[in-house]
Design a protein around this ligand. Structure first.
Ligand SMILES: [Zn+2]
Length: 426
């Protein structure tokens, strides 16, 4: 991530100056009001002025590198970075490869979206199946291209082609994406009072002071006492004095500018010495019943973006072993419905919704009604037999979860006889 438009903090320390942090600044000086507003800045959440964002506040660029190597395999076969042919196994569609140049790499400056192929690649077949052996020796190459991650479209910034120490061709490609501030993005001052955006408010809805100052950010006063981060409040006062006086403030602990001096200077500028001001509700226009603490301070945009973390799923891939939805964002996995979530469904009384949730790995297995073991069933002929009792029994089809079938198989594997006693409903 690269933040655009960085500013030197108004309040700095001697270490900051000695270590030359000013030559690589990382924050922006913004107007902060400490108050509860509309309930969208509960706990550590913050409200940000949407109009400030539209004017370019906290704009950032996000980069995502993709790397591919032409691996060589035993037997002389090798990957090939290229535009995959249509007869390659797993060929996507012509549209998916539309950004690839003749060399199989997406062209610089092309606008790619999630799912588009960035680097085309074909690999030798992984294992030769028994059927393929009889196909006149022609083995299909497998498509193994690198595609743009979901939700991370952007512009191809640069392409870098080289070779590894082993002599394999190596391609790295970088995607650039503009990142405006959105709800859920993370921000923090240097005192560590980090929080996520709970609401972006237009400036006309934001509270304003007597002199017409509209804050860029609203911070909750309730997150100060528990954290004991006094630097936050002190920086707010220091920043206000610095902004009004047009100078930098030395905020070094113990030896920096005295709080008392800063307060007196604030008085000279015609403000209250404790930094509070009369504010008006931006929506109703009413004067607020209490004085609000307003000041300037440095805030930093942190690297955690919702755009990288947001995830949802309706239908999607399942695990091979237990037929339950896959886990994790990268595999577009499901959201776990655990014990406590189940209790919520039970308490609410939504039994059918609960059953549907737990049906995700439903399978039907044939069971012998005599011995209670899983039987063999021919779906087409609708007949079955039991490995123990043969045809001399009734085979019932029972709906169970795939994980229960695994349990049965595992019990049989260690020599335990899992007998299913079928009730009257079957
Ligand atoms: Zn049987």
């Amino acid at each position: 991530m690269i933040a655009i438009d960085q500013q030197t903090p108004i309040v700095t320390t001697q270490i900051y100056n000695n270590e030359d942090f000013g030559s690589h600044v990382f924050g922006q000086n913004i107007v902060v009001a400490v108050l509860s507003y509309l309930g969208y800045n509960m706990d550590d959440a913050i409200i940000i002025n949407k109009s400030s964002v539209d004017r370019g506040l906290f704009r950032a660029m996000f980069f995502r590198p993709y790397k591919v190597e032409e691996t060589k395999y035993v037997g002389g076969q090798s990957d090939l970075i290229t535009n995959p042919d249509k007869d390659v196994a797993g060929y996507r569609s012509e549209a998916a490869y539309k950004y690839l140049d003749e060399d199989g790499i997406a062209a610089v400056n092309s606008h790619v979206n999630s799912g588009d192929v960035l680097i085309g690649r074909v690999s030798p077949p992984r294992f030769v199946s028994s059927i393929d052996k009889f196909r006149l020796g022609v083995q299909k190459q497998v498509e193994s291209s690198i595609e743009c991650r979901t939700g991370e479209g952007g512009i191809v910034e640069n392409v870098f082609v080289t070779s590894t120490a082993e002599g394999n061709k190596y391609v790295s490609l970088k995607i650039r994406q503009d990142r405006k501030v959105e709800i859920g993005d993370k921000f923090g001052p240097r005192s560590g009072q980090k929080g996520v955006v709970g609401m972006l408010l237009n400036q006309e809805d934001m509270p304003f002071t007597y002199s017409g100052i509209i804050p860029d950010l609203i911070f909750s006063p309730y997150s100060i006492p528990t954290r004991m981060s006094m630097a936050y409040l002190l920086e707010l006062i220091g920043g206000k004095v610095g902004a009004l006086g047009g100078r930098y403030i030395d905020g070094t602990p113990f030896i920096g500018e005295k709080e008392e001096d800063l307060r007196n200077e604030l008085l000279e500028y015609g403000f209250r010495e404790n930094g509070v001001e009369t504010m008006y509700n931006g929506i109703t226009g009413e004067e607020m019943q209490v004085k609000i603490f307003v000041g300037d301070m440095t805030y930093i945009r942190l690297k955690h973006f919702v755009a990288n973390k947001i995830q949802w799923r309706a239908r999607g891939p399942i695990q091979l072993l237990n037929r339950q939805p896959t886990e994790g964002k990268s595999k577009s996995g499901g959201l776990r419905l655990g014990e406590m979530e189940k209790d919520c469904f039970v308490a609410y009384g939504s039994a059918m919704a609960l059953k549907e949730r737990f049906d995700s790995d439903k399978i039907t297995i044939p069971v012998c009604s005599k011995c209670g073991m899983t039987a063999v069933y021919n779906v087409r002929k609708k007949t079955g037999y039991c490995p123990i009792d043969g045809e001399d029994t009734q085979i019932k089809l029972i709906e169970v979860s795939a994980s229960f079938k695994i349990l049965l198989d595992e019990l049989k594997a260690v020599g335990i006889y899992p007998k299913m006693v079928l009730g009257s409903k079957v």
